[in-house]
Design a binder for this molecule. Structure first.
Ligand code: ATP
Ligand code: MG
Length: 152
């Protein structure tokens, strides 16, 4: 059934605010009004939660994590999750969507992840016939972009 994205994103953010507050990270969202997507609610929540959790995990205190949701073209919606975090080296960028791949075991050990999050995100985006891409600069930040058909 259609999901109204403005309220959906607000509800999803409420789940992440405690963790962001603990880490002194500012969470922002900018959602175009009146947007709907025909998607599975639990799966869409899992996609956004994984990307936002990564943003919070891999951004130092005082940083910011932003989700924006806008019309990409007449039948696609664009979700972008950006952070001001540690970034991902170029040589690792093509591998982060593989199961169990983590950039640097030493630096990411403290976050205690398994390296599955992004492989799940990729799978779920593909189930919705969407596309997923990433750009990143070490020491500056990372942006994940999902283009999702309004109706699959
Ligand atoms: P899990 O999500 O399973 O708890 P994880 O976060 O380590 O563990 P992924 O979400 O699949 O696994 O991410 C894979 C790796 O990509 C991470 O270990 C991290 O090295 C890198 N990464 C992911 N998102 C970011 C980000 N926003 N900034 C910097 N590095 C990131
Ligand atoms: Mg993760």
């Amino acid at each position: 059934s259609p999901i109204e994205l403005e309220s959906f994103v607000s509800k999803t953010f409420a789940l992440l605010e405690p963790e962001a507050n603990r880490k002194q990270i500012t969470l922002h969202h900018k959602v175009e009004s009146g947007l709907y997507v025909e998607a599975d609610e639990d799966r869409l929540r899992q996609i956004l939660m994984n990307l936002l959790a990564n943003g919070i995990n891999y951004t130092p205190e005082g940083g910011r994590v932003t989700l924006s949701v806008h019309t990409a073209d007449h039948d696609h919606i664009r979700f972008q999750v950006s952070d001001t975090g540690i970034g991902i080296p170029k040589k690792d960028l093509s591998r982060i969507f593989e199961r169990f791949y983590r950039v640097d075991k030493a630096r990411s050990r403290s976050s205690g992840g398994t390296g599955l999050g992004l492989s799940i995100v990729k799978h779920l985006v593909e189930l919705h016939k969407g596309t997923l891409s990433v750009t990143s600069t070490v020491g500056v930040g990372t942006t994940f972009t999902i283009d999702m058909p309004v109706i699959q």
